[in-house]
Design a protein around this ligand. Structure first.
Ligand SMILES: [Zn+2]
Length: 517
């Protein structure tokens, strides 16, 4: 394959929860980027998966009368189904209990052990089991976990440690030399000040339970679950594998272009993970992008607060495309964002039903009425005529790309919406229904309809990463091929690509209005 590789990851999700709005949010965002990069001709590898080890999983399995593996096997399909439902196009789905992962983790430990980056020490401190996180005495908040506020356990055991403290300067140098490594900027500042404050060596093994990947050189020690999870990004693409095909895969896709993470796990991804890779002599990912929290009425969404609706419920009510659109359009990616059913209904009726759906209905209708449903033929001169639509359509690719490089989905969608809104205005202003009344304005009528159809064809292309189902439908109604097989967005979006003679199908409304709240 000659096209440029582009490797995108979500965090692997903890198998103790079922898919919720938060995990769906990260996954949808990653999927929109994956789809966009496929359209721009990249050889995308999009990875998601499950984090299946750790004390908490073992405990939950036991409470449910299952072995840990049985528990994981029971939960995993729920994630696979949820992502299928939301149109997620991941190329792989890694589970940390898979053999390929174990092999990679052990190869990694062997490399660090050989490089003298590990030592045996004794750990004393506090542990939050639900978060699987260690805390020092002075980090506790009134004796509880500073992250989640729950009870912590005192732990004293022999652990293996990673010499994280030796990496302070190398990390700072890396942040300095790669200003886009941590995004957005606020998160970068947070990490910088944390690392400048000094780093402690990190306990990387546990002996009090066995549900994890054993260290290859130390009996009874299993890998600390957070480290185990981070390694999925390289084990999934073949790190440590003897299989030449998998080794080639690693060569091809690593380093990743972007790790999508929530802002709460940024230290693992921007401090510990790069230090581990440095120690193993493995290249660092190009960037880590941390998104914010979804807030319902100002509060973080959480099960205990009861403000969580399931992705499946929302998708059923609004449709998959509208679901994806709402979260990527209404919440500034990288910041916390408020979400509510009211604003979702508003976005749906305003942007989708009125602007986009209605444009398609009206226009396809008029094509039926005035041209028997056939795209009218225009002279080359008329196709190239200087209309406001052509100007906006020609500026769209650069604006969209610029926004997507920054993962600013809102801005990218706004750029597509500029074209959609202008097309509605253009139809209003040029009044095809008046032009249709006289033979003398037949050429004008054909130009207006053609230009509007062409704008819709192009708008559908740029909506496709976020709203794949309706974009495919619009293309199909325009008599065009499969939009998902486009790999050269630039040439596909060139003005004048719509062929005269294509049969345009009216079809049902793309986004029927929602009346009740
Ligand atoms: Zn906690």
């Amino acid at each position: 394959m000659s096209s440029k590789p582009f490797y995108i990851t979500t965090p692997i999700y903890y198998v103790n929860a079922v898919p919720h709005l938060g995990t769906a949010y990260t996954t949808i965002a990653a999927d929109a980027l994956a789809r966009y990069r496929r359209l721009t001709g990249h050889d995308v590898f999009f990875l998601t998966g499950l984090d299946e080890h750790g004390q908490k999983v073992a405990q939950t399995a036991e409470e449910n009368g299952m072995s840990p593996q049985e528990w994981c096997d029971a939960i995993a399909p729920r994630f696979v189904e949820a992502w299928e439902l939301l149109g997620i196009t991941n190329d792989d789905f890694i589970r940390t209990t898979e053999e390929r992962h174990k092999v990679g983790v052990q190869a990694f430990w062997s490399a660090l052990h050989a490089g003298d980056y590990l030592y045996k020490g004794s750990y004393e401190g506090w542990y939050c089991v639900p978060d699987e996180t260690f805390w020092a005495e002075d980090q506790l908040a009134e004796g509880c976990c500073p992250d989640c506020g729950r009870q912590v356990e005192f732990i004293r055991e022999d652990n293996w440690f990673f010499r994280l403290s030796e990496f302070q300067q190398r990390l700072l140098d890396h942040y300095e030399a790669n200003p886009d490594f941590i995004q957005p900027q606020t998160r970068r500042n947070e990490v910088l000040s944390f690392v400048r404050g000094g780093l402690k060596d990190l306990s990387i093994s546990r002996t009090t339970f066995s549900w994890g990947v054993p260290l290859p050189f130390a009996e009874n020690h299993v890998t600390y679950v957070w480290i185990d999870a981070l390694l999925n990004y390289i084990t999934a693409v073949g790190y440590g594998s003897d299989d030449p095909q998998l080794a080639e895969r690693f060569e091809r896709y690593w380093p990743a272009q972007v790790h999508f993470v929530g802002k709460d796990i940024i230290r693992f991804h921007c401090v510990i993970w790069p230090a581990m890779l440095m120690a193993a002599g493995v290249a660092l990912p190009e960037s880590v992008f941390a998104h914010g929290f979804l807030l319902a009425k100002g509060e973080k969404m959480s099960k205990s607060k009861g403000n969580v609706q399931s992705p499946a419920e929302l998708a059923e009510r609004f449709g998959v495309d509208a679901y994806r659109y709402y979260f990527l359009r209404d919440v500034q990616f990288g910041s916390d964002g408020s979400i509510s059913l009211e604003s979702m209904v508003q976005r749906y009726n305003g942007d989708l039903a009125n602007d986009w759906g209605n444009l398609c209905s009206r226009l396809f209708n008029m094509t039926g009425k005035y041209f028997d449903g056939i795209v009218p033929a225009l002279s080359a001169e008329e196709i190239a005529a200087d209309t406001p639509l052509r100007a906006i359509a020609e500026g769209l690719p650069a604006k969209y790309e610029d926004a997507m490089v920054r993962l600013d989905y809102g801005k990218a969608l706004e750029a597509a919406w500029d074209l959609i809104k202008e097309t509605n205005r253009y139809i209003e202003n040029s009044q095809p229904w008046t032009l249709a009344k006289s033979e003398e304005t037949a050429v004008d009528l054909a130009r207006v309809i053609y230009h509007a159809l062409e704008a819709v064809r192009i708008a559908a292309l740029y909506c496709a990463p976020v709203m794949p189902i309706t974009s495919a439908e619009v293309w199909s109604r325009l008599g065009l091929g499969d939009i998902h097989s486009v790999t050269d967005l630039e040439s596909e979006s060139r003005w004048g690509g719509l062929s005269a003679g294509n049969v345009v199908e009216k079809g049902d409304p793309l986004f029927p209005r929602i009346y009740e709240q």
